[in-house]
Design a protein around this ligand. Structure first.
Ligand SMILES: [Zn+2]
Length: 405
C-alpha cells in the first residue's frame, strides 16, 4: 500500500446523516456510449504503453473487438519427435470447451467464443518440438514461425483458414517441450500470411493462442485468459517477485486459478460489456453516492464508481458477490483498486487497495483474496484527496460514497 494511503474509522453518525442529505441532491453523470474507443466519460483513461494495458482505448490494428461471436479454429498439432496421442481427441477439446460458457457469463452474453474443430486429427509440424525454442520470453518472430507452421499444416490438411477470426493451436501431450501457453498477436509491421488452398488465396493471421502442456494444469480458463490478450488486456500477475502481489485471485488475468476470477469491472468497461451509463465518474471536487450492482449479475445498474486521480490513474470501487464465475469467492463486498494506464503488462496496471480491517484468510484463500470493504469502512488517500466510504450492502448490491476535494 502507498504510504500516503490509509484507512479511517467510520464517520460519526451525525455526520453521516448530514452527508446523506447532501448526497441525495447529487446525480452521477450518465452517457450511453461504449466505453472502448468512443467513451465520453472523463474517467475513461487512455493507455500510454503502446501495447496491452488498462487504457480504455483499443488499438484495432493489433487487437480484436471483444464484442460479438469469435469463430475460433482449434488445430491439433504433433511433431516428428512427438507423435500425436491416440484418437479421438475429445480429452483435449473437453479440457478447453468450458471457456465458452465462462466467457459468455463474464460478458453478460456480449462475447461468444465459438470453438470449432475443423479437422479432428493431428496435423504434423515440419520441425521437432524441441526446435521451436519454446521458452518464456521467446521472440515474437520465433512465435510467428510456430503459428505459420501450424496453420500451413492445417490448411494443407484441408482446413479453410478464412473461416476463423482466430486459432487455438493445441499440441499433443507427448510434446513436453511445448510447456507454456503464449498468445500470438499480429504485428501490422510484419503481417502473417498463410496460403489457404481451400480458397486459393493468402489468409492474414491475426491472433492465435498456442497452448502448451500447462493447459492440463490450468484447465479451460487459460483459454479465457489468453484470448483476453487478443482483446488488449495486460497480465495482472507480477512478472517478477511475488507473482500474486498485485491483485491476488481477483481477476483471471491475475490468477487463472483464483477464487474470484471474474474480470475487474474496469476491464468489462474497456471491453464494452458495461457502458458509460453504468459508471459513476468523479473527476472534480464533488461527492457521489452510487449503488453498485454485483459485477457477477447482468442488468443495467451501476457497476463502477471511479475517482480519476490523473490522466493515467484512478481509484475504482466495485461490488463483488459469490455468484456465477465468482461462486468460490473468498470474500464479498466492495473491492477497491488503483488503475494505472501507464503501467505495462506484468508491472501492476491494476493493484488492489488493501483493507487493514479485512477478515483473516481461511482455507486456501490468501490475504489479498480477503480484501473487501464492508459498510462503515472507508479508504482515504490524502495526497490524491479522495475517499471511498461503504454505506450499505445487501445480497446483490453495495452502496459507496465517493469523495474528491
Ligand atoms: Zn497472460
Amino acid at each position: 500500500m502507498d504510504p500516503s494511503v490509509r484507512s479511517r474509522r467510520p464517520l460519526p453518525a451525525a455526520l453521516v446523516l448530514v452527508l446523506s442529505a447532501v448526497l441525495a441532491l447529487l446525480v452521477a453523470p450518465a452517457g450511453a456510449a461504449h466505453a472502448y474507443d468512443t467513451s465520453a466519460s472523463a474517467c475513461a483513461l487512455q493507455g500510454t504503453t503502446g501495447y496491452t494495458d488498462e487504457g480504455q482505448q483499443t488499438d484495432h490494428t493489433r487487437f480484436q473487438d471483444p464484442l460479438g461471436t469469435k469463430h475460433i479454429g482449434l488445430i491439433y498439432v504433433d511433431f516428428p519427435d512427438a507423435a500425436g496421442t491416440a484418437l479421438p481427441l475429445t480429452s483435449y477439446y473437453d479440457t478447453l470447451k468450458g471457456a465458452e460458457d465462462w466467457m459468455r457469463n463474464a460478458s453478460y452474453g456480449r462475447t461468444a467464443l465459438d470453438i470449432q474443430v475443423p479437422y479432428a486429427n493431428w496435423v504434423r509440424m515440419p520441425k521437432a518440438s524441441t526446435d521451436y525454442a519454446w521458452e518464456r520470453g521467446f521472440s515474437w518472430t520465433t512465435h510467428q514461425v510456430y503459428v505459420e507452421d501450424a496453420l500451413t499444416a492445417a490448411a494443407n490438411a484441408g482446413v479453410d483458414l478464412s473461416q476463423y477470426d482466430m486459432f487455438y493451436v493445441v499440441p499433443t501431450a507427448t510434446a513436453t517441450a511445448i510447456g507454456h501457453s503464449p498468445t500470438f498477436i499480429q504485428d501490422p509491421a510484419a503481417p502473417t500470411w498463410v496460403w489457404n488452398p481451400r480458397t486459393g488465396s493468402w489468409v492474414l493471421i491475426h491472433w492465435a493462442v498456442t497452448f502448451g502442456q500447462d493447459m492440463w494444469t490450468w484447465g479451460y480458463k487459460v483459454a479465457d485468459h489468453e484470448t483476453s490478450h487478443t482483446f488488449g488486456l495486460p497480465d495482472l500477475y507480477a512478472f517478477s517477485g511475488d507473482l500474486n502481489r498485485y491483485v491476488g485471485g481477483w481477476d483471471v488475468m491475475g490468477d487463472i486459478s483464483g477464487p474470484a476470477p471474474l474480470y475487474f469491472g474496469w476491464e468489462a468497461w474497456k471491453f464494452g460489456w458495461i457502458t458509460d451509463s453504468q459508471v459513476s465518474c468523479l473527476d472534480t471536487a464533488n461527492t457521489y453516492t452510487t449503488t453498485l450492482t454485483g459485477l457477477e449479475y447482468g442488468g443495467t445498474g451501476y457497476r463502477l464508481a471511479v475517482i480519476r486521480t490523473s490522466a493515467t490513474t484512478a481509484y475504482v470501487a466495485e461490488s463483488r458477490k459469490a455468484a456465477y464465475n465468482d461462486s468460490n469467492a473468498c470474500a464479498t463486498g466492495v473491492v477497491i483498486y488503483k488503475v494505472d494506464t501507464s503501467a505495462t503488462t506484468g508491472n501492476g496496471p491494476i493493484q488492489l487497495v488493501t483493507n487493514p480491517d479485512a477478515a483473516a484468510p481461511t482455507g486456501s484463500c490468501t490475504a489479498l483474496d480477503m480484501q473487501t470493504w464492508q459498510p462503515g469502512q472507508w479508504f482515504q488517500d490524502d495526497s490524491a484527496q479522495v475517499r471511498i466510504y461503504v454505506s450499505a450492502s445487501d445480497a446483490s448490491t453495495d452502496t459507496v460514497w465517493t469523495y474528491k476535494w
